[in-house]
Write a protein that binds this ligand. Structure first.
Ligand code: ADP
Length: 268
């Protein structure tokens, strides 16, 4: 495999937090890891094992204390803050547990935002076209002018995924993306991730839910700042299949009025 097929390469990555004069917390300890384009990785581990610290470094939100972080052949671990901010905006897509949408603007405007902050901000019409295309990819084309408060939790998370996709990132970084969602909605979100991954998107997802990690292609477990397990999932579950098996109690309760797409590509 050529170097360009490796989206991420970590070599002996370290993070030490200096919290007092002589109190240091070694949160990530010499982590080495390669992630190939098109992989779908679950990062797991108990609380305090270093997941957030590792995610913050992968997301260029924080710099390592030691070791190397290569992103598509560039050592971004050594970049200064300004360059890191550019990498974050232009090459990474973030999805959070709490969606982090702006409440006073439409779904469409939320999705346009990362492009507005980009130095290559396209003209107005193109901005709109790209944002709409991203919303269509997550099945929300018809909800473009709704505000977050007019959308369900699952739909809000889909807007957040569209926003993460809009700058065509090198990979998606998702932090407990299903943590605030019920079972059915979690599966709908996993179906979207699997659909994007099938089309080649590289995805890294922190989750503490083993059930959710079964939809990923690879599972990495951290403990005390080191990787204690790194395994391929032989046959990841398909979220679309699992959704069909779920009893449709909520549809019955709501008189069948619940607004869910039958596929990730469908209109929601
Ligand atoms: P997880 O996300 O798996 O719960 P974290 O990455 O948040 O783990 O934390 C790993 C370790 O680093 C923990 O011991 C935590 O207390 C410590 N830690 C995290 N952030 C900081 C910080 N800003 N300053 C000092 N210690 C920290």
């Amino acid at each position: 495999m050529e170097a360009k097929d490796k989206v991420i390469r970590l070599v002996g990555l370290d993070k030490v937090y200096q919290s007092g004069e002589d109190v240091a917390v070694h949160a990530v300890k010499g982590v080495s890891l390669e992630i190939e384009r098109g992989d779908f990785v679950a990062i797991m581990g108990p609380s305090g094992s270093g997941k957030s610290t590792l995610m913050n470094m992968l997301g260029c939100l924080d710099r390592p204390s030691g070791g190397e972080y290569w992103l598509e052949g560039e050592q971004v671990g050594a970049f200064d803050r300004d360059r890191l901010a550019r990498v974050r905006n232009q090459r990474l897509g973030f999805v959070f547990q709490g969606f982090n949408l702006l409440s006073r603007t439409s779904a469409l405007e939320n999705v346009e935002l990362p492009m507005l902050y980009s130095p290559q901000c396209p003209p107005r019409k193109e901005l709109r076209r790209r944002a709409l295309a991203a919303l269509e990819r997550v099945g929300l084309g018809k909800r473009a002018f709704h505000h977050p408060s007019q959308l369900s939790g699952g739909q809000q998370q889909r807007v957040a995924i569209a926003r993460a996709l809009v700058n065509e990132p090198s990979f998606l970084l998702a932090d407990e993306p299903t943590g605030n969602l019920d079972t059915r909605t979690s599966l709908e979100i996993m179906e979207i991730f699997q659909d994007l991954n099938d089309k080649g998107m590289t995805i890294l997802m922190v989750t503490h839910e083993p059930d959710i990690a079964q939809y990923c292609r690879r599972q990495i477990v951290l403990r005390d700042g080191v990787i204690v397990r790194d395994e391929r999932v032989e046959k990841p579950l398909r979220a679309g299949e699992e959704l069909k098996r779920l009893p449709a109690t909520d549809e019955l309760l709501m008189g069948g009025a619940r607004d869910t797409p039958s596929t990730a590509a469908g209109e929601g």
